[in-house]
Design a protein around this ligand. Sequence first.
Ligand code: MSP
Length: 519
Amino acid sequence: MEKYYITTAIDYVNGAPHIGHAYEKILTDIIARHYTQRCDDVYFLTGTDEHGIKIQKTAASQGISPKELCDMNSQKFKDAWKALDIDYTKFIRTTDEDHEKIVQKIFDKLLKQGDIYKHSYEGLYCQGCECFLNPKDLTEDGLCPDHLKKPEVVKEENYFFKLTKYKDAIIKYIKSNPTFIVPEFRANEVLNQLEDIQDISVSRAKSNVQWGIDVLSDSEQSIYVWIDALSNYITALGFDTENPSETFKKYWPADVHVIGKDILKFHSIYWPAFLMALDLPLPKHIFAHGWITIDESKMSKSLGNVISPTSVLESFNLEHPDAFRYYMASSAPCGRDGNYSDDDFKEKVNAHLANSMGNLLNRTLSMLVKYFDGEVKPEFKGENPLAKKALGTVQIVKNHFDNFEIAEASQEIISLVDAANKYVQDNAPWTLAKEEKMIECGQVLTNVLDIMCIISALIYPYCPNIAQDMARQLSFDLKTKLDNLTADNIKCGKLISKEDIKPVFLRVDSELADKSVKK
Ligand code: MSP
C-alpha cells in the first residue's frame, strides 16, 4: 500500500463540537493511525464547513458577522480535536481563500461544459439539511424527517446541475463496486433514492443567501453549500481545474470518506456525479457511520442533552483522551448507532483498560521484578503458546479495518487480552515460583510480555498514550509495522526496574464521575 488518503465530513460551525462530531473524528483518527502501521504515507483531512444560510442566520442572531462566528467556532473544533489527540494532516476551512477560488473555477468549468444551467424553480428548502427536499420525503405533518422542521418555500432563479445525466453511471458504479458504500446494507437505500432523482439546484440567489462563494460569472448568485463543501476533499490537496498539484495527483482518489449516515446521499450520489463531470476518479469507499445517542435519546439543544467531548475528559478527570476514544470507537458495530452513558463508560473502560489490559501488564512486570530483578534470561525464550492466537488476531484486526469494523476489531484485541489473562491464571507463575520452578515461571512471564508488545501495537490506534506507556515499559518499538510483528519482541537482559513500573491506566474514579457536571 503506497498511500492512504482518508477524510472526515467537515462540520458546520454554527455551534460548538459535540460528541457526535467527536465520534466521527475519533473513528477516522483510529483508521488513519491503523494505516500508519501498514503504510508510510497516510494523509488525514478534516475541517469545517463555513458557508450557508444556517451560519448566516446564527451569526445574525448573535449579533456578529458570519466570519467572526466561523473564526470563533472553527477554533473550538480545532481545540477539541487537539484534546482528543486527533492527529490530522490538514484542517481545511471552506472560507480559506485558495479553497474558495478553486470552487469558483470548478463551478465555472461545469457551467461552461453545459453540466450546469440556469432555471427558475420553486421548492422546499430545509436549512438543517441545507438542501431542497422532495415533498414525498416529508413527514405526514410536512416536516423534514431529519430535523422535524417545516421547510421554507423558496422560489428563485437558480443554477441547476444535470444530476440526471449521471444517474445510470452512478447506479452502474454502485452495483459493480459492492464495497463502495460501507456498510453494504446502505447501498440499497442509495439505489432507491437514485430511482427518482432530479437535477439539483446548485446556487442560491444572493438576495436570499449572502454568506457563500460568488458564482464567478454571476455576482447575483452564490454557490450552493454542498458543491462548496464536497469540493474540500480535492481542493485541500491542491486540485485545480487547469493544473492540479503533485499532492493531488499523489493522493487522489481518496481511499475513504468517513461520514455520518445522514449525509450519505450527498457523498454517494452528488459527489460521484460532480467527480464524473470533472472527469476525476471516484473515492474507493464511502463509510457511513451511525449516530450517537445520549442515554438512548437523540442529542438535541431542545432536550438540553448535548455533551461536549472535552467535558467528558474534564468530568472524569482523565489525564489523556484514550479511555474516551476507546469507549466511543467500540460503542457500535460498523454503521450502526451507538450510545453514550456515563455509567457504561465507567464500567467498560475500567473493565477493559484498567482491570484486563493494564493490570495484566502491571502484574507481569511486577513478577518479573520480584522473581528475576526485572531480567529476561535467554532460557525463558521458547515456543509461546499464545503466539498463534496473537498473530492470528493481527490478521483479523487488519481485515476488520479493511471493512471499517472498528468496534469489532477492538473486541478482538480485548479477546486477546483475555486469553493472555487466562494463560497467566492457568499457569500461575506465583505457584511456579513457590515450587522453585524458576525457568517455567520466567517462560510464562516472558510469553505474556511478548504478547503484550503485540497488544500495545494493536491498541495504539485507539489508545495512543496508553500504548506508548506500555511500549516504553516493554522496550518495544511501536513504529514496528503490523506485518513485521512476530511473537518474539522482548529482548533478553534487564527489562525494567521496580521504580519504572507504572500503571498504564488508572480506574476511572467513580465518586468523582458521579459528581460529574455535564457542560
Ligand atoms: N457540513 C456537513 C458535512 C459536509 S461534508 C463535505 C455536515 N455537517 S454537520 O456538522 O452537521 O455534521 C458533521 C458530521 O457529524 C456528519 O458526518 C454527521 O453525520 C456527524 N454527526 C452529527 N451528529 C452526529 C451524532 N449525533 N452522532 C454521530 N455523528 C453525527 O453535515
